[in-house]
Design a protein. Structure first.
Length: 174
């Protein structure tokens, strides 16, 4: 397996950000000869473009045997560690903790709502409607729907007066 420097992707992007290097790479990619791809460039500009593309791993060979190496993209991707995908209820939250949607399966929806309830309320804490709405707004735009789901799933309950909300600490699980 070929080792790829950690910053190889930066070299590729930098090379392709150069208009001349990008054009030469494209022309080589579609099968043009090195002479045809480098046509119109001065000898010093040719050397610079070739060095840029070679440094990025985008070309191989020399002289007339210069050719595009599109395999560099696959090698860089293979060498880059994959970002772990969230699992469980976290997969329904954006990286900033906002709700992206509700799961279709009841068990998954319940797990997501339990997670949200535990993040917005603490055991024994009593919040009025304005305060709970402010906290829910950090998670979702439609606070009324989320608040209703939390109450319907018996994770949060309204006090007898109906003006305050508390976390249900012995919530039933499914």
């Amino acid at each position: 397996m070929t080792t790829v420097p950690n910053d190889q992707w930066r070299r590729i992007v930098a090379a392709l950000a150069n208009d001349r290097a990008r054009e030469v790479f494209a022309r080589l990619t579609v099968g043009e000869t090195a002479d045809a791809a480098l046509e119109g460039l001065s000898p010093s500009r040719r050397r610079h473009v070739i060095e840029t593309l070679r440094g990025a791993g985008l070309v191989t060979g020399d002289g007339d045997d210069l050719r595009a190496d599109g395999g560099v993209f696959a090698r860089v991707l293979a060498a880059t560690p994959a970002t772990p995908r969230p699992t469980g209820p976290d997969r329904f939250l954006s990286p900033d903790g906002r709700l992206r949607g509700y799961p279709a399966q009841a068990r998954e929806r319940r797990a997501l709502l339990e997670l949200v309830a535990g993040r917005i309320l603490h055991p024994g804490e009593v919040l009025d409607e304005r305060a709970i709405n402010e906290r829910l707004a950090t998670v979702v735009d439609d606070v009324a729907v989320l608040r209703r789901y939390l109450v319907d799933h018996e994770l949060v309950e309204r006090t007898r007066s109906g003006a305050e909300y508390v976390l249900v600490t012995d919530a039933p699980t499914t």
